[in-house]
Design a protein around this ligand. Structure first.
Ligand code: FAD
Ligand code: SF4
Length: 515
């Protein structure tokens, strides 16, 4: 590398593409920014090809934007000869070769990277400084502080506190509409009541990156159209996607939030998670735009839709991040039920006769996306009912979704979805029979299995596995008032019926790969 001596080296990670960060407010000739495509990041789990291409393209565009604003940027591509596999090796080398006087970084949101960079900083021969990402509405420790004196870590309490703190959807000290929560109105099945908007897809060209992954032999899975990459990779596209959501989807976001449909992979969801998690968009600007839209079109958009959306960003997103920092590193090892089963192969292929699983997995392979209820109540539900090792479940979720970064993936997967934390995040396990899936989707209509049957030929696996799950974990769950009715129903069931159900579940588990 031949350039003027670097005074201050500033690291920008792939999920720190926040152009509004105070670092970039003014051009400083003594500062050089460093961005790297690293094999330590492509390889720590097996990733969907769209996730790798999306991050790299967004990073390249961010670097170009910084350069055009006059900033000095070192950008290491994955196939550059002088790019080492790890972050430490590259930084240590640059600091030494360029005789850097100072190293600065934005605090990573992942525990793994945070530890790595803190250790590296100690070993560097120059002073280092960590800065805030200026992205979240809370600090890492706010959720931990909030729950310090409380016995239960329920999101709802925290969410109300956030509404008051940021004066969002408040009428003085009361919630707008006199209610904190419109969830009951937000649980409709979609049966064509209103026209479905077409998803707004971009046509970004990632063929160069895709070819580079081939050259580097980078492991990956999933499908991609390299010249028609559909995700937003810069601020302009992210804002377009936000606008599209406001104009076309917000009015029904809450109502059909839990709905699932074979022929519509997105329904009324925003698809903003990638732009948010790479920090191209700020959660506060998204919430503000949503509220402005509601004010302008209050005749068309109900408060329930807007509250439903604000709850996701102001509540769940900030809460999950705070729970992650409160529970790490212990969270990474939690396995409350001691589950050890291998993740079935069909999670990687979608080749299963269970239509709900097939549709959700195939959609995830095609778009690197599934919405929340598909993640929670289809693939997550099945993994919990069948006792899959949470490490394997997590590796799958972390790899397959475009928006998967550990601070949000882990508390959602290990906590909310797999109850591996014993109920710190979720107040009850999110499991269900086919009844719920049938009530929220059209999947059961064209399934090989019968959603009505608990046992016998073609009985839906979710039914028997659901009861086996409760039966098996009675000691750990029966004291939970939120599942008391489950045990009452199970206990009232006829003995022979129960025996049939458990037998059926056993048969299904023994043949899990053939379901
Ligand atoms: P919308 O439905 O339009 O919601 C708007 C925004 O709210 C999302 O973009 C997201 O930023 C936020 N949000 C909604 N629900 C949650 C939640 N439970 N936790 C945090 N933020 C939320 N989300 C991720 O961003 N990354 C992950 O790796 C991730 N892994 C998950 C794993 C499991 C097992 C489950 C059950 C959920 C996971 N989620 C994750 C949460 C949620 O499923 C996604 O945020 C959402 O599906 C993203 O799609 P969207 O942008 O269309 O969301
Ligand atoms: Fe899924 Fe069972 Fe419905 Fe089939 S019948 S789609 S396996 S819930």
């Amino acid at each position: 590398m031949s350039r003027e001596k670097i005074k201050t080296l500033r690291l920008i990670l792939g999920d720190q593409l926040n152009a509004a960060h105070s670092w970039f407010k003014r051009k400083d000739d003594s500062v050089t920014y460093l961005m790297m495509e690293l094999s330590q990041e492509t390889d720590y789990v097996m990733h969907h090809v769209q996730k790798i291409c999306g991050f790299f393209l967004a990073m390249r565009q961010f670097a170009a934007r910084l350069r055009s604003a006059g900033h000095e940027v070192i950008y290491l591509r994955l196939d550059d000869k002088d790019n080492y596999p790890t972050l430490d090796e590259n930084i240590a080398k640059i600091v030494k070769n360029e005789n850097c006087e100072r190293f600065e970084y934005i605090r990573p949101d992942e525990y793994r990277l945070d530890r790595q960079i803190r250790q590296l900083s100690k070993a560097l021969p120059c002073p280092t400084e960590a800065r805030d990402s200026e992205h979240f509405l809370t600090t890492r420790n706010d959720v931990g502080e909030f729950f310090k004196e409380r016995r239960e870590y329920r999101m709802e309490y925290f969410y109300r506190h956030m509404r008051k703190k940021y004066n969002i959807l408040m009428d003085k000290d009361k919630p707008a509409g006199d209610r904190w929560n419109f969830d009951v109105e937000n649980r409709s099945k979609y049966t064509g009541q209103v026209p479905l908007p077409e998803p707004l897809l971009f046509s970004n060209d990632v063929s160069d990156i895709h070819a580079m992954l081939d050259r580097c032999g980078t492991g990956r899975f999933g499908r991609i159209e390299p010249r028609e990459f559909i995700w937003p990779v810069n601020r302009r596209q992210a804002l377009r996607l936000l606008k599209y959501f406001l104009q076309n989807q917000l009015a029904y976001f809450g109502t059909y939030q839990d709905a699932m449909l074979t022929d519509a992979w997105l329904l009324f969801h925003s698809r903003l998670s990638f732009a948010l998690n790479t920090k191209i968009l700020h959660p506060r600007e998204v919430i503000d735009r949503v509220i402005d839209e509601w004010r302008e079109r209050s005749g068309e958009i109900s408060l329930a839709q807007v509250e439903g959306f604000a709850r996701q960003l102001l509540g769940w997103r900030e809460y999950m991040r705070g729970m992650y920092w409160m529970l790490m590193p212990g969270l990474a090892k939690m396995n409350y039920f001691g589950h050890v089963r291998k993740l079935p192969r069909f999670y990687w292929t979608g080749k299963t006769k269970m239509n709900c699983m097939k549709r959700t997995i195939e959609q995830s392979l095609q778009y690197a996306y599934a919405h929340h209820i598909q993640r929670l109540m289809i693939t997550g539900n099945f993994a919990l009912l069948t006792g899959i090792d949470p490490d394997q479940v997590e590796a799958w979720y972390l790899g397959i979704y475009i928006d998967a970064v550990e601070w949000v993936e882990k508390p959602n997967t290990r906590g909310m979805s797999q109850f591996a934390d014993g109920g710190l995040v979720a107040s009850k396990p999110y499991v269900s029979t086919a009844n719920y899936i049938n009530s929220m989707s059209d999947y059961c209509r064209s399934c090989h299995y019968s959603f009505k049957k608990r046992h016998g030929e073609n009985a839906c696996p979710f039914n028997s596995l659901h009861w086996r799950f409760y039966d098996r974990h009675r000691r750990k769950l029966s004291g939970n008032p939120r599942v008391a009715t489950m045990y009452r129903t199970w206990d009232r069931m006829d003995k022979t019926e129960k025996a049939h159900i458990l037998e059926q579940a056993g048969r299904y588990l023994n043949n899990i790969e053939r379901l």
